[in-house]
Structures are given as structure tokens and as C-alpha cells.
Design a protein around this ligand. Structure first.
Ligand code: ADE
Ligand code: ZN
Length: 353
């Protein structure tokens, strides 16, 4: 199957009359970056959802692409999660997971992504009766050839659903470890409010003991105190989103001092109404405060764009200086879980770009 390219409605409104991108935007789209906050299931484009449904003999509850696209109007995180989990139903075989992953990698390569740390939600697939091996092996098989095929180094992050119990997460982590799944890190995602990081203290302790790197969503919809909990109780190295740290100046000071990476996802924050418009996004204030922020796409098929789209739309609103563009790219590389050698290669590439 040909990987499904981003078509589509995700292109920003910044084209010239002749359809050509302004020169500055072309350069931005080539900025070599690491993508650190990406849910592979959130890369399922509507076309691929229909293609996989047909392949698997499934009837979708939507008459066509237009009806499905019409549902991409979210009021908050939960309204998105409902559709995100429903659409996963089309992922049945290893091939389905591999095709989804390859489609992301192809599009990410065009977005300048040179290293990707990819989250997947194993519990969401297990709940649908899909064996762990099917989702892990499917995604991993596409990642295995990513450097040769797309020039993108990758690693896999098993994300745990915080609206489920810690016992469930611990059970799945043990299964992943027992099968020697090629995971480098664990993460924590899904419905944030009411599911504080402290609920997963034992899970993160076990993952640390197993030698895994640690990251968690915090401060997306949840309060700044969840960011503190993720750092102090879970011991995470990175915070996914973290934008609500701006409500706590003392926390900002600490995050700056400790260079804690925040993997920010501007278009996601607009689509899930964490901020009203892109012009209201705290990213410029976060940069000005000296926070270690990077730009990421989160669930690009749902939120109107990949990493390059995020950069171009941010630039259209905030006119990022070349210094800040390079700083965002460098932060993404420094904040990755890649080897020091790979980071040095990527930084060389950035410096030569
Ligand atoms: N799962 C997929 N995308 C997510 C997001 N933005 N926040 C929490 N969980 C998610
Ligand atoms: Zn996320």
C-alpha cells in the first residue's frame, strides 16, 4: 500500500496566490527537528481510516470522508479522545499498524523531522481484543526501516491511559517487559483532570527500575500542580504539554533552572480549546521566560497539522525570529532520548541548515 500522504485540509492559510509557499516558510518546513510528542494513533488520516475499514471488512458509522471530517470540531480533550479511541477500531492487523506508522514517517520526513519519539497506547488496543504483539510488532516493523527509508531515527514510548487503574498499567508494563518489546520509555496520557500523576507512582518506579526513560502529559488541561507531581512523585525527565506551568511563577523558575523539557503542541492546544486562538498561545512567553520548549504535533491527523504546519502557523502569528526558530529546533534535539552521538549529528545538521 502507498503510504497515505497528508493531503489536505491541514495545510495552513499562508500560501501565496500561485500556491507557492513564501521562501521563509519553505525554510521553516525544512528545519531539522526531533518530534518528541506524537501519538501514532493520532496520525490516522480519514482516508486511511476508510481504507483500513474496507480492508478489514468493517462498516464505519460515517457515510463518508466529509461526515467523518465534520466531527473534528472538539470542545475539550475528552471530546477528542472519544473520536480518537473510536477510530482505532480499524487497526486490526500488524500490517495496519505498520501502514499507519509508515504513512506518518513519510509525512514527517517532509516536515523536517529527523528523529521521532513515538507514543502508542497499548491498553487501548488490548481493550479491543487486539494482542499486544500485534500493535507492538506492527509499529516496530515500520520503525525498524525508518532510518533507511525516511532518514528518521526513532524510538518507541509505551503510553499508559491515566483514566484506567494503575494495576492495569502495571500488568501491561510487565507484559511488555516479558516480551522484550522494543520500548525506550513510558508515558502517561488520556483524560488528565481527576487522574493526577500521583496515581501512577508505582508504575513509574517500576519503569525506572527496568531502565526505561520517563515522560508524562501534565498541565495540558490539568493544573500546574500536576506538573510538580509528575516531577516529584513520578520522577519524569520530560513533561508533555506543560503549558499551564505559566500559572505558577515558582514552578516556571524551577523548570528553567533544571532545563526540564516541555513538549508543547500549539495546534493541539487550539483545537482542544486549552487556548482560545493561536495568538493567545503562551509559547512566546514560555520562550521569553527561558523555558526549554519544543514544538510538536501531538495528533496531527486530528489537529490540522504536522510539525512543519505548527511552525508555519506559529510564524504567521508571532513572526518567530530565526534565533527562536533555531532555539526551538535545538531544544527538541537536546531534549530527546536519542544517544549523545545521534544528538551531535542532528545538531550538526541544524547548524549547517
Ligand atoms: N492521547 C492522544 N492525544 C492526547 C492528548 N493531547 N492528551 C492526552 N492524551 C492524549
Ligand atoms: Zn499528547
Amino acid at each position: 500500500m502507498e503510504p497515505t500522504q497528508n493531503s489536505d485540509q491541514t495545510q495552513p492559510d499562508v500560501m501565496g496566490d500561485d500556491g507557492a509557499l513564501p521562501v521563509a516558510d519553505k525554510a521553516l518546513r525544512r528545519l531539522p527537528v526531533a518530534e518528541l510528542h506524537l501519538h501514532i494513533e493520532g496520525t490516522l488520516q480519514p482516508e486511511l481510516i476508510f481504507e483500513l475499514a474496507e480492508r478489514n471488512g468493517m462498516e464505519l458509522p460515517y457515510a463518508g470522508l466529509e461526515e467523518l471530517r465534520g466531527l473534528y470540531e472538539f470542545t475539550d480533550l475528552q471530546s477528542f479522545l472519544d473520536l480518537y479511541y473510536a477510530n482505532m477500531a480499524v487497526l486490526q492487523s500488524e500490517q495496519d499498524f505498520a501502514d499507519m506508522t509508515r504513512a506518518y514517517l513519510a509525512r514527517a520526513a517532509n516536515a523536517g523531522v529527523r528523529h521521532a519519539e513515538i507514543m502508542m497506547d497499548p491498553q487501548a488496543h488490548l481493550a479491543r481484543g487486539i494482542p499486544l504483539e500485534t500493535c507492538v510488532n506492527g509499529v516496530a516493523s515500520a520503525l525498524a526501516t525508518s532510518v533507511e527509508e525516511f532518514g528518521i531515527s526513532t524510538l518507541l514510548i509505551a503510553a499508559f491511559l491515566r483514566d484506567l487503574s494503575e494495576e492495569s498499567a502495571l500488568e501491561v508494563l510487565e507484559e511488555l517487559l516479558a516480551m522484550n518489546a522494543p520500548i525506550a520509555a513510558i508515558g502517561l496520557d488520556s483524560a488528565e483532570v481527576g487522574n493526577p500523576p500521583a496515581k501512577f507512582e508505582r508504575l513509574f518506579a517500576r519503569a525506572r527500575e527496568a531502565g526505561l526513560r520517563l515522560t508524562a502529559h501534565a498541565g495540558e488541561e490539568g493544573p500546574a500542580s500536576y506538573i510538580l507531581e509528575a516531577l516529584d512523585i513520578l520522577g519524569v525527565e520530560r513533561i508533555d504539554h506543560g503549558i499551564r506551568c505559566m500559572e505558577d511563577p515558582e514552578l516556571v523558575e524551577r523548570l528553567v533552572e533544571d532545563r526540564i523539557p516541555l513538549t508543547v503542541c500549539p495546534l493541539s492546544n487550539v483545537r482542544l480549546r486549552a487556548v482560545d486562538t493561536l495568538a493567545d498561545h503562551p509559547l512566546p512567553a514560555m520562550l521569553a521566560a527561558g523555558l526549554n520548549v519544543s514544538v510538536n504535533s501531538d495528533d496531527p491527523a486530528y489537529f490540522g497539522g504536522y510539525v512543519d504546519d505548527n511552525f508555519v502557523q506559529l510564524n504567521a502569528v508571532f513572526e518567530l525570529s530565526e534565533f527562536d526558530q533555531a532555539r526551538l529546533a535545538a531544544n527538541s534535539i537536546h531534549s530527546s532520548f536519542a544517544s549523545e552521538e545521534r544528538k551531535a549529528e542532528l545538531l550538526d545538521e541544524l547548524n549547517g541548515s
